[in-house]
Design a protein around this ligand. Structure first.
Ligand code: SAH
Length: 283
């Protein structure tokens, strides 16, 4: 590739015909795609992309055929198995195939299943990680997913299981006890049950919660609420998925770290929202 970015002492991998690269596109902002992702976009013959992929990213691949494999406008999503088999067919047709998924392909994205099918069918693969919404999306809202004063652990959970229900296999009491910060993907639909489970498990009703929708895109919105009020506040807000819901005191850091508001000229709401009463970097 002549127009690949160049770095001294680094050979960009070549996407060979018949290969499938599974790549994370990041949560939205095209700048959050990795350089490996860009390198892949520039070489692909065909790109199979999902609903949450920011389509502006495809402009980096004008040579490629773009195939949409997600759910939009109420149409049912392509069946997972059909997508995987389509990738196999494209590879067998000698295409350079890029499978582009929102966020990171291995975080609640079924990338593992697709990759497994490809390997089972003898298709050579490469995995390109991406910035997951539950980390990068929160960062765009000014929320550090770990913060020394708040959490030594973070739990990423999905609000849906394969049947679309709140995952019954999740031990909410254990999560609640073991993880000061809980980051919930796909949680909008079942927020009532999830918040109820966390309250039942003993999390305080006053615990801060942030809901970040369309994170890192121009449409990003953030609702700051609490565990006790999130259901009502969300209903009143009219906010729509995709959303990351973050439960925990680290969400308060947004009061000092909402860098988009700061860039727009707003003053920090509170320089010490966790009330440490000492300089941030002191031991
Ligand atoms: N692989 C993706 C997650 C796919 S599951 C990743 O690593 O980010 C889909 C869920 O991800 C959505 O329901 C939502 O909870 C979350 N999500 C993805 N993109 C998002 C965005 N831009 N803003 C908020 N949430 C997002």
């Amino acid at each position: 590739m002549t127009d690949s970015p160049t770095l001294p002492a680094f050979d960009w991998p070549v996407l060979e015909p018949g290969w499938v690269w599974l790549c994370g596109a990041g949560p939205g902002d095209p700048g959050l795609l990795t350089l490996h992702g860009l390198n892949a976009l520039r070489q692909a013959d065909v790109i199979v992309y999902d609903a949450l992929v920011e389509t502006a990213i495809l402009d980096w691949a004008p040579q490629a055929e773009a195939i949409y494999a997600g759910k939009r406008g109420g149409k049912p999503s392509a069946k997972q198995r059909d997508i995987s088999l389509h990738l196999v067919e494209l590879s067998r047709a000698g295409k350079r195939v890029l499978r582009l998924k929102g966020g990171d392909p291995f975080v609640f994205g079924r990338g593992g299943e697709e990759a497994q099918t490809l390997v089972q069918k003898g298709v050579p693969i490469r995995i390109i990680p991406g910035i997951s919404a539950g980390i990068g999306g929160l960062a765009y809202a000014g929320i550090p997913v770990t913060h020394r004063d708040v959490n030594q652990a973070v739990t990423f959970v999905t609000g849906h299981d394969q049947t679309g229900e709140t995952p019954t296999s999740l031990d909410w009491a254990a999560i609640s006890k073991g993880s000061q910060v809980i980051v919930i993907y796909m949680g909008m639909k079942h927020i009532e049950r999830i918040a109820g489970a966390l309250l039942d498990a003993g999390r305080p009703a006053a615990e801060p919660v942030a809901v970040v929708t369309s994170a890192t895109t121009k449409a990003q919105q953030v609702l700051e609420t609490t565990l006790g009020t999130v259901v009502e506040d969300l209903a009143q807000s009219g906010l729509e998925p995709p959303a990351i819901i973050c439960v925990g005191r680290s969400t308060l850091m947004r009061q000092v770290l909402d860098w988009q508001a700061l860039a727009a000229g707003e003053a920090p709401r509170d320089l010490d929202p966790l009330g440490r009463g000492r300089p941030a970097e002191s031991a």
